[in-house]
Design a protein around this ligand. Structure first.
Ligand code: F6P
Length: 367
């Protein structure tokens, strides 16, 4: 591998894990800045780590990244199924797993890349840290609608998902009111409650259930009854897909065997719906916002954030700040070590000021 001298570097760019609005805005910022300011060459690795293992790539010119700022998804493609250190190969009805990290290193050498920009969530960035330790100069960019990456106050994609979830809650509010129903809105967020907490507050949810605060049914029922007594014959419940009852476990929608993170959450809203209808006698419906939250054009906030993160990532490459991720802390762009990022995910602290505020406004957290 060449050492990163400050002229005519070749940088690879890869998007891994679930897509989210704003990825293309990052790709555009990285490519334009790298080409315009540093005269670098940009190579897009296709389909996340699958392209890194199987050498799928395309050169990106200014024209390839022009007009993609507002575009949802990722022009490079992505996958949640490939981990080069545990690469799944179909064998009979199942899979066998191989360490293919050498293939990634070989492909990066063959492409003559000086470094790799990895745009991803906690899983993708955890793998990036391993690749960095194995010798690949890497700069990470935090991406996820879940907002759960350690070391950054905000990830791009979150604001868009939050707006979509909030619009969903708003729309359900009016129909819940007309039919005197309990409406449950299940939102994504994986094992973190950021999306449920903020959309619940923005949408005026009466009950917000997040993974960090295991719920108890008697408190949910008591809140619905209390609202009835006060003449409110409907209730809105915003539940995170990762929410669980006290002493219980999360609801798993499916297992993706070949994925390094095989558990796909989902379905808690329907379970709650049955339980609440039985316990209160109130007609109850559940809606799962699902992948709607990940699709479509990014908000203005996410476009700006993605542009800032992409631009800073290129400056980090020029400064040889590898093994680091660009992050936003207290509204300032900083870089933090991928070692710290790889330690896990960022949960909502149970004493978060927003939880306190919501409680003081009468919101129930199922406890
Ligand atoms: O991490 C992003 C996310 O959308 C989570 O909120 C959700 O749990 C998961 O990905 C869904 O994954 P998939 O796209 O594989 O269904």
């Amino acid at each position: 591998m060449k050492t990163c001298a400050n002229r005519h570097k070749r940088i690879g760019i890869l998007t891994g894990g679930g897509d989210c609005p704003g990825i293309n805005a990052v790709i555009r910022a990285v490519a334009k800045k790298a080409i315009n300011d540093y005269d670098m060459d940009i190579v897009g690795i296709e389909d996340g780590y699958d392209g890194a293992v199987n050498d799928k790539h395309k050169k990106l010119e200014n024209s390839d990244v022009s007009g993609i700022l507002t575009l949802g998804g990722t022009i490079l493609g992505t996958t949640k199924k490939v981990n080069p250190y545990r690469y799944a190969i179909k064998k009979g009805d199942g899979f066998e797993y191989k360490n293919m990290s050498r293939a990634v290193i070989r492909n990066i050498e063959r492409l003559d890349l000086d470094c790799l920009v990895v745009i991803g969530g906690d899983g993708t960035l955890g793998i990036a840290y391993k690749l960095f330790k194995d010798g690949i100069p890497i700069v990470g960019v935090p991406k996820t609608i879940d907002n759960d990456i350690i070391g950054t106050d905000i990830t791009f994609g979150f604001d868009t998902a939050l707006s979509i979830a909030t619009e969903g809650i708003d729309r359900l509010h009016s129909t819940a009111q007309s039919h005197h129903r309990v409406m449950i809105v299940e939102v994504m967020g994986h094992n973190a409650g950021w999306l449920a907490l903020l959309s619940g507050i923005a949408g005026g949810g009466d009950i917000i259930l997040i993974p960090e605060i295991p719920y108890q049914m008697q408190h949910i029922v008591a809140k619905i009854r209390e609202r009835h007594r006060k003449g409110k014959r409907f209730s809105i419940i915003v539940v995170a897909e990762g929410a669980k009852p006290k002493g219980g476990s999360v609801v798993i929608q499916r297992l993706v065997k070949e994925s390094s993170d095989p558990i796909r959450l989902g379905g808690v809203g329907f379970i709650l719906s049955d339980q609440i209808e039985k316990a209160t006698g109130n007609e109850t419906r559940a809606v799962v916002m699902g992948h709607l939250q990940r699709g479509g054009s990014p908000t203005a906030f996410d476009r700006v954030l993605a542009t800032q993160l992409g631009s800073k990532a290129v400056d980090m490459i020029a400064a040889k700040k590898f093994g680091h991720m660009v992050a936003m802390q207290n509204s300032r762009l900083v870089s933090i070590s991928l070692r710290d990022v790889a330690k896990g995910h960022r949960s909502v602290p149970v004493d978060h000021p927003l939880i306190k505020t919501a409680i003081s406004l009468g919101t129930c957290f199922g406890q």
